[in-house]
Design a protein around this ligand. Structure first.
Ligand code: ADP
Ligand code: MG
Length: 351
């Protein structure tokens, strides 16, 4: 099509009326075809200009979002001119999971909306039934085997500590054993989907204990972590152990995506509906293709990765009634934002 326009532009001065009519006909046909295709797609497509105004949208976008994209999209705070991916749940006209991707295109942003309700249910189903069974059994076996010697180590170290009270290496060994124990328990807990034990609390508490667990690793790699907690933080209903697992997975990924001396900014905030925890790193980032498959199991770019971390993270956040979104630019870094509904809102919806 580009070549065609180039040709027409070049020769337009020399064309007579008949020739012009003919070329115009070609253009009109092509436009109509792409318009038909645009309308026939079952995925939603919306074009947004630099000022955030909707330029064009297809019927599927309106249908999937349940509202006019002009009304619905601004409430999502999508990043303009950046690649991003998130999943949202809409309740109108029926409860559905939607995947929303933004793709920068020239000076516009294309928003791509896909219904993933069935896919999501299927993935969960397959995971429960299929390949992960083997992984889970293996993990359970290994964790069990490691658990016993760890216990013995810990006991003997405690005995030693009685005789050598001030020896810092014994204290360090004990701390490391406790950490190993924590990792194994976390691993098992993450692989066996467990209903969260929800109780009122703050999103900041499990975050602090997770940061304490990872402190050595951050120091070793000279990674600066900043944490911004507002003074008045609304309560949420959460399972502290499971949320710690969420933070651990996200921070570990950030750590693995960064060179030594990198920076992670963690910001906690809230709006009328949710409490948000955003993890912003200046690591390797991801391209649109990687973002498109994020949260899918067994997708990893690491030699020793499992590709299970984000899937588990997503599952835990969902079980809390929340959502998780990622925003990324290759070479610049990545931001993951976890949203957990405020306690009052949860109570309101339960009523
Ligand atoms: P794993 O860490 O075992 O690879 P995950 O599910 O935790 O599995 O992550 C899946 C993939 O997503 C990673 O392999 C990586 O390519 C990408 N990823 C996740 N978090 C980040 C991040 N903060 N920065 C860059 N890439 C990331
Ligand atoms: Mg990971």
């Amino acid at each position: 099509m580009k070549e065609f326009f180039k040709g027409v532009r070049k020769h337009i001065g020399k064309m007579d009326a008949e020739r012009l009519r003919e070329q115009f006909g070609h253009v009109a046909d092509a436009l109509e075809r792409s318009e038909t295709l645009f309308s026939a797609l079952k995925e939603g497509l919306v074009r947004i200009d630099q000022d955030g105004q909707v330029v064009q949208s297809n019927p599927a976008a309106r249908e999937l979002l349940g509202l006019a994209p002009e009304e619905m999209l601004p409430t999502l705070g999508l990043p303009l001119g950046k690649s991003s991916k998130r999943e949202i749940t809409v309740t109108y006209p029926e409860k559905r999971s939607l995947e929303i991707q933004t793709i920068p295109f020239e000076d516009e942003t294309i928003v791509y909306v896909r219904d993933i309700t069935a896919e999501k249910a299927r993935t969960e189903e397959e995971l429960r039934a299929g390949a992960s069974r083997a992984v889970m059994d293996l993990a359970a076996g290994v964790a069990h085997e490691i658990g016993n010697p760890l216990n013995a180590l810990s006991l003997n170290l405690q005995l030693l500590q009685r005789s050598y009270k001030d020896d810092p290496s014994i204290a360090e060994c004990l701390a490391q054993v406790a950490r190993l124990d924590g990792i194994i328990r976390g691993f098992l807990q993450a692989l066996r989907p467990q209903k969260p034990n929800l109780r009122p609390g703050s999103v900041a508490d499990p975050l602090k204990s997770c940061l304490a667990t990872l402190k050595h690793q951050f120091e070793e790699r000279r990674i600066t972590v900043t944490l911004d907690i507002p003074s008045a933080l609304p309560a949420v209903a959460l399972d502290p152990d499971q949320m710690e697992q969420v933070y651990f997975n996200l921070l570990k990924n950030a750590l693995e995506a960064m060179k030594d001396g990198g920076r992670i900014e963690i910001a906690i905030g809230s709006d009328d509906d949710d409490v948000t925890v955003a993890f912003c790193d200046n690591g390797a980032g991801m391209n649109s293709e990687q973002l498109a498959h994020l949260f899918e199991p067994y997708r990893t770019t690491k030699a020793k990765g499992t590709g299970l971390g984000l899937m588990v993270t997503d599952r835990i956040v969902r079980a809390h009634g929340g959502t998780i979104a990622a925003e990324s630019s290759p070479g610049e870094g990545t931001t993951f934002t976890v949203r957990i509904p405020r306690l009052e809102r949860r109570i309101r919806t339960l009523k």
